[in-house]
Design a protein around this ligand. Sequence first.
Ligand code: HMG
Length: 389
Amino acid sequence: MSLSIGIHDLSFATTEFVLPHTALAGHNGTEIGKYHVGIGQESMSVPAADEDIVTLGAAAAAPVVARHGSDLIRTVVFATESSIDQAKSAGVYVHSLLGLPSATRVVELKQACYGATAALQFAIGLVRRDPGQQVLVVASDVSRYDLDSPGEATQGAAAVAILVSADPALVRVEDPSGLFTADVMDFWRPNYRDTALVDGQESIAAYLQAVEGVWKDYTEQGGHALEDFAAFCYHQPFTKMAHKAHRHLLDYCGHDAGKEVVARAVAGTTAYNAVIGNSYTASMYLGLAALLDQADDLAGRPVGFLSYGSGSVAEFFAGTVVAGYREHLRTRAHREAIGRRRVVDYAAYRGLHERAFPTDGGDHCTPAQTTGPFRLAGISGHKRIYQAR
Ligand code: HMG
């Protein structure tokens, strides 16, 4: 019998602040229905001045390490597309903040929002080679578009930490995967920019093309039939995209793509993303957290995962929910992470968005704003200084 490997624990963290879409609509005159219904977003997580992908990633991972210890963790894979350094992995800062053993390999992975799924699959390969070890995957991103651009309403920020092990307590990740890569310029961020560039309609079309591509490969590789799945967990740049993607998949397969059919398949995955916004690499795994935290008992049922990263790379795979998974969930902590955010008004959000990091290499303290467990205290001599509370 083949070894069962997958998601043993999952924890997420999000930011100190939140901007309701009503405030954004109040600023730019958009009819609120476009945000609430058209793209399916209620609010967006906004990082404090002293929060970044490292502080969010460490906050997501700390409860995982507290519960399981670090003795079996031999590898940390940090997936992000909002990297804070061109050379050093953000994972090394997280490794240090969490006090992980020096006998650990740490690396950062990038392919837009797809990076966390690459990290998960690489982790599974490592555990298959040595089932005694665990791999900590951290997916952390801050999504930033230009102010007053169409993408602005789809910003957000969060980190998910996933512990990958043999005999997982939550989700067994199955073979095969359906894979798809296409060289498209739908969304990208050149090294000299701190906001992403995007062709909105092109990006939606590229995502839907990838849905077809991964499903074609998945069926050719001998995967499940569509009707076997209890739910579908899509990458959610905005929650309406999960509905669009599933409708497209059903159409492609010649199935009934009625509104209720689509909603039944994806609605359980959208609660967290609707109030957090796009968290890039973390987004699909926030969808999984929402599904496990809210849905009826899914034990023994396969869930379909569709991970998309602009540029573009996509992967479809099945994960079967493990019996007894509910005892291992972090539902209360997840709801608290969302509920504890402090609401900012549009002016405060804009101030945070416009804040640029110094480039002169001198000593710079960041304002103390976050009440989270880790903070970016400042930058000194071009070095980022982090603090644990
Ligand atoms: P837009 O031009 O602001 O909006 O762009 P729109 O005119 O397309 O309207 C959006 C929807 O709201 C439409 O629904 C409207 O009909 C509806 P649809 O036709 O699409 O079903 N609408 C209303 N509904 C109810 N009441 C109203 C109302 N008014 C309009 N009053 C867009 C929207 C998402 C393109 C923009 O926000 C954007 O560019 N976002 C960033 C890019 C993005 O999220 N792309 C998604 C696919 S790519 C991806 O997922 C990868 C990514 O995560 C990055 C990565 O991989 O790293 C982005």
